[in-house]
Design a protein around this ligand. Structure first.
Ligand code: SAH
Length: 396
């Protein structure tokens, strides 16, 4: 039996069902486990705590599979976890309106390090931990048996894999890949998604409900969509009756798909404005030109993946929010987001409050937003709540 023995007193988080065991909490490792191998975790007095996947190079030295002493980590165990995750989505996603969703959200679904996103009949899988790497073939088998997809495509091309000691990897794991981009439906709108060349696994599925919310707020409004990517918010704002729209993104390829997406939904992309450029610069230019808007969306990429980058990231968030406030018409609304794991909701609120102060606006949070329910946060794993959003109204 391969074992991890914890230092005295370091079992507390694990007893509260937090799934990570950091290297500094470990007293000794017995039996030379290989990467991803299942180990029994014991507290210092020898009492059994959990079963975990060992990861020799990561600071997160082991991720817990199960707290059940009788449990066995095998294909049946993984199949049960995956079925549970899929059932949860059936409850929360209406397939007549939405054909793309996250099926498995890693730690929060009890499969640490595994992301599986469903795009119509294709699945995109990300392997982010040694444990999932070890069980990758079994997981592919379970997904094929359970869902009969046309294709499973791997997008393990993210930097965090290096922390686990793995190289980036992409490619077909099962079936044949449909021609890219494919078309999905989200909240009843049609959208093109490039599973191979797109960002993340192709689409920012976590913003689905917030886009619907944006649609509800857009009637008659002049809208500025910053970091617009393939037009998720743009499309919803126009469907909601926005009177004008300007979308800004640095990626020409993203704008290209965004315009095609408008076309797919019987909207004329040349009736709206598109700027390919850096949001930080473009907001200043718009301000210099005396432009203003009723509704502004700020959905930037992750500025701070971990807490180490939080201070530098805070300057970036403050800057765009400051100009967001300056560009609002009296009575206008800012929808502002951070998907940085290293910045929690309290810190994000403070940054945005500082921006409002410098912009000299009276600003109030009207709604607090987060990720859609197919990206759940396990109660014992607050790190899972990475997407923070505020809908902020300013006085007229
Ligand atoms: N709002 C989008 C997702 C945004 S993802 C949606 O709902 O789908 C972040 C986007 O910001 C990407 O499209 C990326 O190309 C763009 N981006 C990153 N840095 C940028 C910058 N400095 N200026 C403009 N766009 C940027």
């Amino acid at each position: 039996m391969k074992k991890l023995i914890l230092k005295k007193g370091r079992e507390k988080a694990i007893l509260r069902r937090h799934p990570w065991i950091f290297s500094g909490a470990i007293q000794s490792v017995q039996g030379q486990p290989t990467p991803g191998e299942t180990v029994a975790v014991h507290q210092s007095d020898g009492l059994f705590l959990a079963w975990a996947a060992y990861s020799p190079t990561s600071q997160i030295r082991a991720r817990i599979w199960s707290w059940d002493p009788e449990g066995e980590i095998n294909q049946d165990f993984l199949s049960d976890r995956i079925q549970q995750a899929i059932t949860l989505r059936r409850t929360w996603i209406d397939p007549s309106l939405t054909t793309a969703c996250r099926l498995i959200h890693a730690e929060s679904d009890g499969v640490p390090g595994l992301i599986v996103d469903k795009y119509h009949h294709s699945l995109v899988m990300q392997v982010l931990s040694a444990g999932v790497e070890r069980w990758r073939d079994e997981i592919v088998n379970i997904l094929v048996e359970t869902l009969s997809p046309d294709c499973i495509y791997e997008r393990s091309d993210v930097a965090v894999r290096q922390l686990e000691g793995f190289q980036a990897r992409t490619g077909i794991l099962y079936g044949s890949l449909p021609g890219q981009p494919i078309t999905i439906t989200e909240n009843g709108h049609r959208l093109q998604v490039d599973l191979v060349g797109g960002q993340k696994t192709g689409h920012y599925l976590d913003q689905r409900d917030n886009r619907r919310f944006c649609q509800q707020m857009s009637a008659g409004k002049s809208v500025l969509d910053c970091f617009s990517y393939t037009g998720g918010f743009t499309l919803h704002a126009l469907a909601g009756g926005a009177s004008s729209l300007l979308a800004i993104d640095s990626s020409e390829a993203a704008h290209h798909i965004a315009k095609a997406n408008l076309g797919l939904n019987q909207m004329a992309s040349d009736s709206y404005d598109w700027i390919t450029g850096d949001v930080f610069n473009e907001l200043r230019l718009l301000r210099d030109q005396g432009k203003s808007f009723d509704l502004i969306i700020l959905d930037p990429p992750k500025f701070a993946p971990t807490a180490n980058q939080a201070q530098k990231a805070a300057r970036g968030y403050k800057d765009i929010n400051l100009y967001g406030f300056k560009l609002l018409n009296p009575g206008g609304v800012l929808m502002t987001f951070s998907c940085s794991g290293g910045i929690d909701a309290g810190f994000f609120q403070k940054i945005v409050a500082d921006a409002a102060l410098d912009a000299e606006v009276e600003a109030k949070i009207l709604y607090r937003l987060g990720q859609a329910p197919d990206h759940p946060t396990h109660l014992a794993f607050p790190e899972g709540a990475y997407l923070k959003g505020f809908v902020i109204g300013i006085e007229g």
